[in-house]
Design a protein around this ligand. Structure first.
Ligand SMILES: [Cu+2]
Length: 594
């Protein structure tokens, strides 16, 4: 059972002593009255929460380059297979295949710390966030970007220096997940592996100040293909974020998130690459990640959240890289923009507009990636990006089409009134202003080639012989459940053999809720999608046909996903990435056995 549910019965109304005691000292009391789920699936009694106070738009400037975390020369004590229990490391499991794969690693220090004076917008007072310290010593939320490379392992020493006497929403333990990298279980940020100097999750042996995460930067398929695996399995757009059991939504909202981009020989971060296989896509600093998070602020302009409501709070402000309605200044050339939906609950449909005479036409871009992965071929002349929580879109925009001084706006056109899911497209609101303010210092030689990265093969025989498991995502007594069961961090609900493959059928029978389902460790391929009420197949969208790690289930929808389970053993999770649903138990543990 998860922590929240051991403290009180799952169907307890949000007036129990535990919640009251918590709320007494919390900033959420004033603004966030609870929502009460009724027994009817599609109805909930929604208490209206006051809107966030107005902001001053287009005042804060985003950095023109993503802030990169630099490696350190060494770590003291030197990382070992076994945890340095006694020297401050929490009691994690051993690093598997460490001697084999931790060859010539890069070392990083990633420190979770409070910044007491973060400014989301000049209209709001400086306030604490739980960010990450960058190489310049500053603590930012999102944290610094790690630029990784396939074949070069990273050992990231993550330390928890958050205030342990914290009162309010969020919980100062962490378990950092590198969303969907092919990583060993002990370094995956399993929800029950949360740690602080004072507390250890149920899957750790002792608390600690820090934990070494062994992120080997290998492709899936090392057992079959040898070396560093199958390059067709590459992920590029990853992000690290807290996965603390029951507290993921508040901790991520407080800033426990950052980008992790992985390059390789073809997606090489080098526009001048002479390797004929290299794609030469726009490279750093013109490869720019953009994180979207929905946030709510109280009457005093202080961020607020209700971590005990099973419907959470839908943010009515959209933070773009931690700022509300900021400005990004770009050079007149191509940019690769990696748009990441950091949740907790808002879906986005974003496009770009600029004023032409009296009109605001939608501006074109090329979509090159879906979730973490490059598509086999670019999608040209795209105008809108639809992304659910945790989904990503990798696009190339050519700002050389615009004269210096042009202002563009990134607009979210998604209508959404509660955390249940999107409700159509509207006129939208502007969330980021982009100003083309300079010529690039050198000619733009980047390009978008006609082919990007091929897909790994799945044979008809494999599909025919794959065992099928069905998972139903629905509510159970006001909590979120999978096959009518709540998350059990101690016991696997599914055990699969390493090297095997299966079809997982994901079913959302509810009439009201959308569930973006995330499966750790491996990308899957959607074989089919079905409207279960009408009994007909639904055609897949172009970007749903690539490798995926988020499977968006609208109401009354099922999906069949082909998955392999490779290279690593141990405990992993599948869960809804609406972080409210995840925290309220819509998660299951699956184990991979030898
Ligand atoms: Cu969900």
């Amino acid at each position: 059972m998860s922590r929240q549910h051991t403290e009180e019965a799952v169907d307890t109304a949000p007036t129990s002593a535990g919640r009251r005691n918590f709320l007494k000292g919390s900033v959420v009391t004033a603004a966030a009255a609870p929502m009460i789920l009724t027994s009817r699936k599609t109805q909930a009694q929604v208490v209206v929460i006051p809107p966030s106070p107005p902001v001053q738009p287009w005042k804060e400037e985003l950095p023109t380059e993503t802030k990169v975390l630099q490696p350190v020369a060494s770590l003291d004590p030197a990382p070992l297979t076994t945890a340095h229990v006694g020297a401050g490391e929490c009691g994690r499991g051993d690093h598997p295949r460490f001697a084999e794969l931790a060859v010539d690693p890069l070392y990083y220090r990633l420190r979770a710390m409070e910044n007491p004076d973060w400014v989301f917008n000049p209209a709001y007072p400086p306030q604490p966030v739980w960010g990450w310290q960058g190489s310049d010593g500053q603590v930012t939320a999102p944290g610094p970007t790690i630029l990784a490379r396939y074949g070069r392992p990273n050992i990231v020493r993550i330390s928890n220096e958050l205030p342990q006497d914290h009162i309010g929403y969020g919980s100062p333990e962490i378990s950092t997940h590198l969303h969907n990298a092919h990583n060993p279980s002990a370094s995956d940020g399993f929800p029950g592996d949360f740690f602080s100097p004072l507390k250890a999750g149920p899957n750790l042996s002792v608390p600690g100040q820090w934990r070494d995460h062994f992120w080997p930067n290998i492709y899936a398929g090392i057992d079959r293909f040898g070396g560093i695996g199958d390059p067709r399995e590459a992920l590029g757009t990853c992000f690290y974020h807290d996965h603390n059991l029951d507290f993921t939504a508040p901790n991520v909202l407080k800033g426990q998130i950052g980008f992790y981009l992985i390059y390789d020989a073809i997606d090489s971060n080098n526009e001048h690459d002479e390797n004929p296989a290299a794609l030469r896509l726009p490279a750093q600093p013109y490869d720019y990640p953009i994180l979207l998070q929905d946030m709510r602020f109280d009457a005093n302009g202080i961020q607020t959240y209700d971590q005990f409501s099973p419907e959470g709070i839908l943010g009515d402000m959209v933070a773009v890289n931690g700022k509300i309605q900021p400005v990004l200044k770009v050079a007149r050339r191509k940019y690769r923009l990696r748009v990441v939906n950091g949740g907790p609950s808002r879906f986005y449909s974003v496009n770009f507009i600029t004023k032409v005479d009296t009109r605001w036409p939608w501006q074109p871009f090329i979509r090159i990636g879906t979730d973490g992965n490059l598509l086999p071929r670019p999608l040209y002349n795209q105008k809108i990006i639809e992304i659910s929580p945790a989904e990503r879109a990798d696009i190339v925009m050519d700002f050389s089409m615009y004269p210096i001084g042009t202002e563009l706006f990134m607009v979210d056109r998604q209508v959404q009134i509660d955390t249940r899911g999107p409700a159509g497209i509207g006129p939208g609101r502007r969330i980021l202003k982009i100003i083309v303010d300079r010529e690039p210092p050198e000619p733009d030689v980047s390009r978008v080639p006609l082919t990007l990265r091929g897909l790994p093969t799945i044979t008809a025989a494999e599909i025919a012989s794959a065992p099928v498991r069905t998972f139903v995502f629905d509510r159970n007594n006001g909590q979120w459940a999978i096959n009518n069961q709540l998350f059990d961090v101690e016991n696997p609900r599914v055990v699969v053999k390493k090297g095997s493959y299966e079809i997982w059928e994901l079913v959302n029978p509810s009439g009201g809720w959308h569930h973006p389902i995330h499966i750790h460790l491996e990308e899957g391929r959607v074989l089919s999608k079905r409207d279960i009420e009408a009994g007909v197949d639904i055609p897949l969208k172009a970007w749903e046909k690539g490798r995926r790690d988020v499977y968006v289930l609208p109401p009354n929808t099922s999906m069949r996903v082909f998955l392999r389970f490779r290279d690593w053993e141990g405990k992993y999770v599948m869960h809804c990435h609406n972080l409210v649903h995840e925290d309220h138990a819509m998660m299951l543990r699956f184990d991979i056995e030898p």
